[in-house]
Design a protein around this ligand. Structure first.
Ligand SMILES: [Mn+2]
Length: 329
């Protein structure tokens, strides 16, 4: 792992910098790429943000047309990536999570830097990286990075982006790894112009009726195992069709499983057109990273994910039930 100073010394050699993050970006991913965009702008660079997925509606207020979606203009975006000087990957350490951009990023011979807080970085994938899993949000890590390089560059816009990333990735300052340092960082961001009331309201206070109907169906789908310690919920293609759902409507469903008393581990299974998406959550020592790995995924101990393409919903459920006692006491 490299130091903040090392990383910036490399970045500072270049001008045309492509920034990207994972598919279906959450607040931490959007906060990461856009704060980096403004930070590098303030340093006289030419940053360009290209993502696989469009910005979800509740984060659109942060993105004033800056983020390009790879598929919207594949030819031009490929050209930008091929002709840039440096690639920055934020809030993920896996090229596969950039989906449609995976091959072009992998094949690029340009220097590549990763700044992330997830487990499992392959150091051969990057020229240099910071991978610190102690941070509950990549935006908290980036705050320390920007502060080390140039604290004055953290203006109200950057502060609002970082605050949004920290607020969302910590589930409102309550998920594991939230520490006193998280609150100190949040306080500093508020001092620098982030408005906690407004940001909360814009991100969480605009739930669509479609989403509320999804939550209602999801709660009806819940099944409990291991004396109520394991909770599994489902969203099917039927739900997608009848409610007109999009993939980013799934954001936050796993938190409902973890809110239930007795539940120590929650699994959300979403049936997409192209396969099954699994989210694993747990409390304490229950190792969901290991559980997710059984399905070819991974993540953190208390939060992990996987995508499964070679099973239907029924077969997947059988496999979960076969494996559950290995992970849930
Ligand atoms: Mn994150």
């Amino acid at each position: 792992m490299d130091s903040f100073k090392n990383i910036y010394d490399i970045i500072d050699k270049y001008r045309n910098i492509v920034i990207t993050t994972h598919l279906v970006p959450d607040g931490d991913a959007i906060g990461s790429v856009l704060s980096m965009y403004y930070f590098l702008k303030s340093k006289g660079k030419n940053p360009i943000v290209i993502n696989h997925s469009p910005t979800p509606p509740n984060f659109e207020f942060l993105d004033s047309g800056i983020i390009k979606v790879f598929y919207d203009n594949q030819e031009e975006n490929e050209k930008i990536i091929n002709e840039c000087d440096l690639i920055l990957v934020l809030d993920t350490n896996e090229y596969s999570r950039t989906k449609s951009m995976e091959q072009i990023l992998r094949n690029s011979t340009k220097p590549k830097i990763c700044i992330d807080h997830h487990l499992g970085i392959n150091d051969k994938d990057f020229t240099a990286y910071i991978s610190d899993t102690d941070y509950p949000a990549n935006c908290q890590l980036l705050f320390d990075f920007y502060k080390t390089i140039d604290a004055d560059a953290i203006d109200d816009k950057i502060a609002s982006l970082l605050y949004t990333g920290i607020m969302t990735d910590t589930g409102g300052f309550r998920f594991p790894r939230t520490s006193s340092q998280t609150f100190i960082t949040a306080a500093e961001l508020i001092q620098r112009g982030a408005d906690p009331v407004e940001l909360y309201d814009k991100v969480y206070g605009n739930t669509s009726l479609r989403k509320l109907k999804l939550i209602s169906r999801f709660i009806h789908s819940l099944e409990f195992f291991n004396e109520g310690r394991l909770c599994i919920g489902y969203v099917t293609q039927k739900d997608f069709g009848e409610l007109g759902l999009k993939e980013d409507d799934m954001e936050g469903l796993s938190a409902y499983t973890m809110d239930i008393d007795k539940v120590r581990a929650g699994i959300v299974v979403v049936e997409l057109k192209t396969g099954l998406k699994l989210s694993f959550r747990s409390k304490g020592e229950i190792n969901m990273n290991g559980f997710a790995k059984e399905f070819g995924g991974g993540g953190h101990k208390n939060a992990a994910g996987a995508r499964v393409y070679d099973m239907n919903l029924h077969q997947l459920k059988e496999k979960i039930l076969e494996l559950k006692d290995k992970y849930i006491p």
